[in-house]
Design a protein around this ligand. Structure first.
Ligand code: BEZ
Ligand code: FE
Length: 288
């Protein structure tokens, strides 16, 4: 085509695709170009704005490392990560939610009833529940990879003062699919906002806070892996998570208890001297 115009450009783009192009690649590239072109036409994108956008992408590339991926964070704050999660969630299974960048590989084993709080300050939280399939049957031996921030709002990989494995644990559910552990009550925290994504948040008048949460990756043979997180119903940021991770079925309630009511069968049994919180949450996996 030698007569490319602002109106036929999208069609011309599609015509240039080779005949051997994989059909799914063709669909994605064609629709991506269509939306990009429509976007530029609709907002009447100026050279200056286009250049600023490219500089933004360059900046994101410069600061991205294996520990900090600014592109994933951009996808998170634009809602794209959550949308992809929701497009592929099974309605009868537990909703998935953002993985985030702070999961560590090779988490230490955590026995059922084990403790992640250690010597950290903060109110004790006891979390327990079952891993089930969508028919309600327990999934014996499911693995739960669990992680959260320390009371200072930092994950171990962000904080040189923490052991890399603090507040990370790998648990194997028992024959009834049961899991249980103690930890410290997680706190709300901010996503990294000292890079280009922070600039977008500020330009948009948005804050960088996430409501406090516990992360889980739950896996069992024959079932879809579940990446999710749970949030307490009293967190002030529950309705304004900067990465759009909250789903109705992921909101839990902490109940308040006196130390004498702390149950048997936990690493901390007999050692708790202050009030503690308790939460129950079942994780439901769909079949593959
Ligand atoms: C997190 O929950 O760990 C997280 C998710 C998205 C962006 C940053 C952090
Ligand atoms: Fe997190």
């Amino acid at each position: 085509m030698r007569h490319v115009t602002r109106d036929n450009l999208t069609e011309v783009f599609a015509e240039y695709l080779g005949e051997q192009t994989d059909p799914r690649v063709r669909e994605i590239l064609t629709v991506l170009a269509q939306h990009l072109h429509d976007f530029a036409r609709e907002v009447n994108l100026t050279h200056e704005e286009w250049r600023k956008g490219l500089e933004f992408v360059e900046w994101a590339g410069r600061i991205t490392t294996p520990e900090r991926n600014e592109f994933v964070l951009l996808s998170d704050v634009l809602g794209l990560s959550s949308l992809v999660d929701m497009l592929h969630s099974r309605p009868d299974a537990t909703s998935s939610s953002v993985l985030g960048p702070f999961h560590v590989s090779n988490p230490p084993p955590l026995a059922i009833g084990g403790d992640m709080k250690g010597d950290f300050e903060g109110i004790i939280l006891l979390v327990e529940g079952h891993v089930r399939d969508t028919a309600g049957n327990p999934i014996a031996g499911a693995t739960l990879d669990i992680w959260q921030t320390a009371p200072n709002g930092m994950y171990s990989s962000q904080d040189p003062d923490q052991d890399i494995h603090s507040f990370h644990g790998l648990m194997k559910a028992d024959h009834n699919g049961r899991y249980a552990f103690t930890t410290v009550r997680p706190v709300s925290y901010t996503v990294p906002d000292d890079g280009p994504v922070g600039e977008i948040l500020r330009a948009a008048g948005r804050h960088p806070w996430r409501p406090s949460h516990l992360h889980f990756i739950v896996q069992a043979p024959g079932h879809r892996s579940l990446v999710t997180e749970v949030f307490p119903d009293d967190d002030p940021y529950l309705d304004e998570d900067t990465v759009f991770g909250v789903r109705a079925d992921l909101v839990i309630h902490y109940t308040d208890h006196q130390p004498q009511d702390f149950p048997h069968g936990f690493a901390l049994s007999g050692k708790v001297t202050e009030r503690f919180l308790r939460a129950e949450f079942d994780l439901v996996l769909a079949k593959v």
